[in-house]
Design a protein around this ligand. Structure first.
Ligand SMILES: NC(=O)c1ccc[n+]([C@@H]2O[C@H](COP(=O)([O-])OP(=O)(O)OC[C@H]3O[C@@H](n4cnc5c(N)ncnc54)[C@H](O)[C@@H]3O)[C@@H](O)[C@H]2O)c1
Length: 373
């Protein structure tokens, strides 16, 4: 889907005023990011539980900032320029639609929505309102990852990209109870990164999930997914959330295999590459030091502000980001049905479901997307 133009917020040189909605664990991290950024100013904090909103604002040092449970009322009182949505995935659809009704662009936590049809509704609603909806895929904002991508560009055509993700976190709470915990809660990060590294979109997937006998998760905590990407490259993700010992980084361990060489990245340190024809004595040309850029959610916040100020379409804009959620939905479907799944089929089904959910004007846009617009 092509990203449409969106309304900019030119500003008068002052910071962008944001309402942070959702003040849980990640909401507190966003409040710290907002406090640290010279580009933004906190207008208000919203949470369905107003005491949670107050406590999080106070903990972030924002003692005078209004808090409460009602975004519409707080927006009327504090006049924000944008919403940062850090609610649970089930609330991403209603919170984003409320923000659009208020004429406010949204920077939302991943995933775009709880389901692919809901995310497609939000893409159409963003188009209808002329407002930016950007999803924060925070792991893409990483200087070493950018260097790894640069290294892969020295390898000629890319054939295989792999991610290995082996960790053993004891989260407690919803992750240990939910179905498909690894695919739904974590794998969207590397799936999104793989699209960016390969500069390609997913065509099909075959995925198997299972739960090791010693797993402390109710849902399947281990998976292998094989994606065919446009241009013919294959992306293979293998991961487990109950894999103690020699754990990989939270970014996973990556390897890219191309026609002239290979590149690896352990997710934490500098990447390395070997390219055919480069004399061993010479070694690879030393990679330039990573440029200092805002990383993680700081990077996403900076990109959101830049986009609103300039009209530049950011990474994570909903029309682009929806394909990362489509990878997750397709992998889950493949694992459930034990067959290779075509992304185009999953998107067509999701679009039809989205049209049933949506109001008439949003439905017209979804139908136009279905006709290839
Ligand atoms: N990028 C990352 O690395 C990363 C890490 C953790 C979580 N996340 C994402 O961040 C989001 C929040 O996760 P979390 O761990 O902070 O969850 P959490 O449960 O700790 O907090 C969510 C908060 O949202 C509030 N909320 C729920 N519905 C709401 C609504 N309609 N309006 C206002 N507030 C509402 C809840 O009361 C709660 O305080 C999720 O989408 C999650 O996937 C991303």
């Amino acid at each position: 889907m092509t990203a449409p133009a969106f309304r900019t917020v030119p500003g008068d040189g002052g910071p962008l005023r944001v309402a942070v909605v959702g003040a849980g664990a990640m909401g507190r991290a966003w409040l710290a990011a907002v406090a640290a950024s010279p580009d933004v100013e906190l207008a208000c904090v919203v949470d369905v539980d107003p005491s949670v909103a107050r406590a999080a604002a106070d903990a972030a040092g924002a003692t005078g900032v209004p808090t409460g449970a009602d975004l519409t009322a707080l927006a009327a009182a504090t006049d924000p320029d944008a919403v940062v949505d850090v609610t649970v995935p089930e609330a991403h659809l209603p919170v984003t639609l409320t923000a659009f009704e208020l004429g406010l662009p949204v920077l939302g936590e991943k995933p775009a929505a709880a389901t692919l049809p809901e995310a497609l509704c939000l893409a159409a609603a963003a188009e209808l309102s002329g407002l930016l909806f950007m999803v924060s895929q925070s792991r893409r904002y990483n200087a070493e990852l950018t260097r790894f991508r640069d290294e892969t560009r020295r390898l000629g055509r890319l054939g295989i990209l792999t991610t290995e993700f082996f960790r053993a976190p004891r989260f407690g709470g919803f992750r240990e109870a939910m179905p498909h915990p690894l695919l739904l809660d974590m794998a969207i990060h590397p799936f999104d990164t793989a699209r960016w590294l390969l500069d390609a979109e997913p065509v099909s997937v075959y995925c198997q999930e299972f739960n090791p006998s010693w797993s402390w998760y109710a849902g399947d905590a281990a998976t292998t997914a094989l994606f065919e990407m446009t241009g013919g490259a294959r992306y293979v993700y293998t991961g487990s959330w109950c894999s103690p010992g020699l754990e990989t980084s939270w970014n996973g361990a990556w390897r890219a295999s191309g026609e002239r060489g290979s590149a690896v990245w352990d997710g934490d340190h500098a990447p390395a590459a070997e390219v055919e024809g480069e004399a061993e004595a010479e070694g690879a040309p030393p990679a330039p030091p990573a440029a200092r850029v805002a990383e993680g959610i700081d990077g996403a916040l900076a990109a959101f502000v830049h986009a609103l100020r300039t009209g530049t379409v950011p990474r994570g804009e909903i029309h682009e980001n929806v394909m990362s959620l489509a990878m997750v939905a397709s992998a889950v479907l493949s694992a459930r049905t034990d067959r290779r799944v075509l992304l185009a089929d999953v998107l067509a089904t999701a679009r039809a479901e989205a049209a049933e959910l949506a109001e008439a004007e949003v439905r017209d846009i979804l139908l136009a997307h279905g006709r290839g617009r």
